[in-house]
Design a protein around this ligand. Structure first.
Ligand SMILES: [Zn+2]
Ligand SMILES: [Zn+2]
Length: 130
């Protein structure tokens, strides 16, 4: 994580919580950076639990919360895909489409079509001419 601007922010008098928001990292991360840069602070961030629930309930997008959410998502996907498999390859839910195809591994026409369309769109956007 880059934080070259940290000394400038500190010199400009930005509050620590503002710096935290700017970088989108955990308060403790900013404290660590400050320590590494020799920029002491009186700031005592309230130490909060970071993880899946912080991601969902508080909308925290720090590294810890994002990783926890990704992991939970993957664990959930494994469980969902097992249900889909048990259901003959069709997700046992009402709504079908892109996210159902991706998260449930559903192979119905709707989900497959949505995934293909999304993939095509992605390819079209990212393909470089030449
Ligand atoms: Zn967090
Ligand atoms: Zn489907």
């Amino acid at each position: 994580m880059k934080h070259e601007l940290l000394p400038l922010f500190v010199a400009a008098g930005l509050s620590d919580s503002r710096i935290v928001r700017h970088y989108g990292v955990a308060p403790l991360t900013v404290l660590r950076w400050r320590k590494a840069e020799g920029l002491a602070t009186q700031w005592k961030p309230k130490v909060v639990e970071h993880g899946e629930s912080a991601y969902k309930k508080r909308g925290c997008r720090c590294d810890v919360c994002r990783a926890a959410n990704t992991k939970a998502q993957q664990t959930g996907n494994v469980r969902r895909r097992a249900l889909t498999e048990a259901n003959g390859g069709i997700a046992p839910i009402a709504r079908h489409g892109l996210s159902t195809g991706r998260n449930w591994g559903c192979w119905c026409e709707v989900c497959r079509g949505a995934i293909k369309a999304a993939n095509d769109a992605w390819t079209a956007t990212h393909r470089r001419a030449g």
